[in-house]
Design a protein around this ligand. Structure first.
Ligand code: AMP
Length: 604
């Protein structure tokens, strides 16, 4: 399995010994109960609340004037927010929600670029014990509408620009949405642009609401099992799945921040993921704040020169990013890395897609530290398998299960189902053999259900294990190696994209009779979205229609989800039940044999 030489564990000086110095010892002694005890808990036994652990407990202690967020806006000067300031503003937001009549368990959605407003909204809503769902700012109107409707959004926090272009056109389709609050990003609360509230009917000015609200807030009793976060992920069929997480998830976020990301109190940490994806929330918001570190909040997308500049000028010590980002840096050339002083960078980790061994080696050479792959998903809420600072890296491997996490590879039958013993116990695959990556329930950040989808939830468990939908193999020393997805979900630049959601939008175009959407390999993004389309009579398959469709999909879905390639095919392959057979499209595209079609859900 290992084609690249092992990279020896990081060397540490006395100033920064990793939080975990020996994997086997930590695994043997770790318990989630003890991890829970290392948190504060709400005063007077009022339970466990994520916002308290992230902000209020630091603000109440000696960490009050420590910088929590270092915000680097697209335009304008950087803003630092201390833990004290973050506590104050998030309390104002919690009070503002209260004044609007928003109550516990109401759903608050946040559709924002990465600015401090986003953090204040998420933290304030968690204080008020609402269920928070951050959405990706690059989503087009259709994914936004679908998620707000599925989630029963009561409040939406967004910007005037995003509101005008993405939300206003669909607002009438969202009768449950009571309040839309607009934040003028990059503008400090002390200088609100008052025209936002009055200029756009049906919205409220977030800055004015904050100004008028008291700046202290007592968090009410929060049961650790109270719902806290809602993250959408994509399945093969049907609408996106809303995975529900509870306040107890903070136990996993905190423990994995300590062990897998090796966070220390003086770290300057940068997570490049948008909070609209689970990584950007669990590790862009929750884990670093729970550890009281300074988090870099960089608005704006990838730009090699700028990113190196951020690593250097902010003195980033721990960096959590994606393999796609590293591949793009690689493509920009190692010279660029050498032009920057990255000597403070101590630990680099990635998630979301396979981290090729060549990238691990490149990172070691060009950045001075190897990239540490981590594996997890929306449903697990936190890192499950990882490479750790104290452990040798086998380039290309996802690493070993996190302390407290029991992971395995389950054998599958010819139909792709997990093999069960007569007594219902799942059979584990032998070392070196492919199977389904599975985790033993339950760790604190395990999702507690899908929105309105109990059947879908139950289908994720078999033989005493949570089935991840990923295929993997394990070597004799217990390192896990990613093999692929067991379904049709597309993984592009670390984002999961549901083919069904893309097909549904394409089929709304009057020229499209039918569509089948698959992921095709791409050297930078891992996979890109490709659509196969048959056209309706009266339409001509050709460049004009292709351009029109690309634009149509981009406008409706946003740049991340829209197909990058479109091919016309009047004879799309079908199952006997009439569904487009994506697996056959993929085999044709890759020039692979057709395979046993009975083993897929698209099977005949
Ligand atoms: P999401 O739920 O959007 O975070 O996507 C989770 C999926 O991304 C996983 O089920 C995997 O298919 C993929 N993924 C996450 N981390 C890795 C990794 N380190 N290597 C390979 N695939 C990964």
């Amino acid at each position: 399995m290992a084609r690249f030489a092992t990279i020896r564990k990081l060397r540490w000086d006395n100033a920064c010994v990793p939080n975990m110095t020996d994997y086997a010892t930590e695994r043997a002694r770790f318990s989630w109960d003890e991890a829970r005890r290392s948190l504060d808990g709400l005063p007077n036994g009022r339970g466990l609340n994520i916002a308290h652990e992230m902000v209020d407990r630091h603000a109440a202690g000696g960490h009050r004037s420590h910088v929590a967020l270092r915000c680097l806006p697209r335009h304008g000067a950087r803003t630092d927010l201390t833990y004290g300031e973050l506590a104050r503003r998030s309390s104002q937001f919690a009070n503002a929600l209260d004044r609007l009549g928003v109550t516990r368990s109401d759903r608050v959605f946040v559709l924002m670029p990465r600015t401090w407003w986003l953090y204040v909204s998420v933290i304030g809503a968690l204080k008020h014990r609402c269920v928070v769902s951050p959405l990706f700012e690059a989503f087009g109107p259709e994914p936004i509408r679908e998620r707000l409707a599925l989630g029963g959004a009561r409040v939406l926090v967004t910007t005037p620009d995003l509101y005008r272009h993405r939300v206003a056109p669909i607002r009438t389709l969202l009768p449950e949405l009571r309040h839309v609050l607009l934040a003028t990003t990059s503008t400090p609360a002390s200088a609100p642009r008052r025209e936002t509230a009055t200029e756009i009917p049906g919205t409220l000015d977030m800055a004015l609401l904050l100004e008028a609200a008291p700046d202290s807030y007592v968090i009410g009793h929060t049961d650790p099992e109270d719902l806290a976060l809602l993250h959408f992920t994509s399945g093969t069929t049907g609408p996106p799945k809303g995975a529900l997480h509870v306040h107890d998830a903070i136990v996993s976020h905190h423990a994995t921040g300590r062990i897998a990301l090796d966070l220390h109190p003086d770290d300057v940490y940068w997570c490049t993921a948008d909070p609209g994806w689970v990584t950007g929330t669990s590790y862009g918001i929750v884990a670093p704040l729970a550890h009281g570190v300074t988090s870099v909040v960089h608005e704006g997308g990838f730009d090699a020169e700028r990113w190196y500049g951020v690593l250097e000028s902010e003195g980033v010590t721990v960096w959590y990013t994606s393999p796609t980002a590293l591949r793009m840096l690689m493509a920009a050339g190692s010279e660029m890395a050498r032009d920057h002083d990255l000597s403070r960078l101590r630990f680099v980790a990635t998630v979301g897609e396979p981290l090729g061994p060549d990238v691990v080696v490149w990172s070691s050479d060009a950045l001075g530290v190897p990239a540490h792959d981590t594996w997890w998903q929306t449903e697990t809420g936190a890192i499950m398998v990882a490479n750790y600072a104290c452990m040798d890296i086998r380039p290309g491997s996802m690493g070993r299960p996190h302390p407290g996490v029991d992971a395995t590879v389950l054998a599958r039958d010819d139909q792709g189902h997990v093999l069960l013993d007569p007594d219902g116990t799942a059979v584990e695959a032998e070392a070196g053999l492919d199977g389904e990556l599975a985790i033993r329930p339950s760790w604190p950040s395990m999702f507690r259900g899908y929105l309105g989808g109990d059947e879908r939830y139950q289908a994720c468990f078999s033989g005493g294990w949570y089935l991840t939908g990923d295929l993997a193999r394990r070597d004799a020393e217990g390192y896990f190696w990613f093999v692929g997805r067991s379904d049709d979900v597309i993984e592009s630049a670390g984002h999961l994209i549901g083919p069904f959601e893309v097909e549904s939008v394409l089929m709304e175009h009057p020229g499209v009779a039918e569509a089948g959407v698959i992921g095709v390999p791409d050297p930078v993004a891992g996979e890109i979205v490709k659509a196969f389309v048959s056209v309706r009579p009266g339409y001509e398959a050709g460049d004009d229609l292709r351009l029109d469709l690309l634009g149509f999909a981009r406008k409706r879905l946003g740049a991340t989800m829209a197909p990058r390639e479109i091919a016309f095919d009047q004879h799309l392959p079908h199952t006997s039940s009439g569904k487009v057979m994506r697996r056959l499209l993929r085999s044709r595209e890759l020039g692979r044999p057709r395979g046993d079609m009975s083993t897929t859900e698209d099977g005949p």
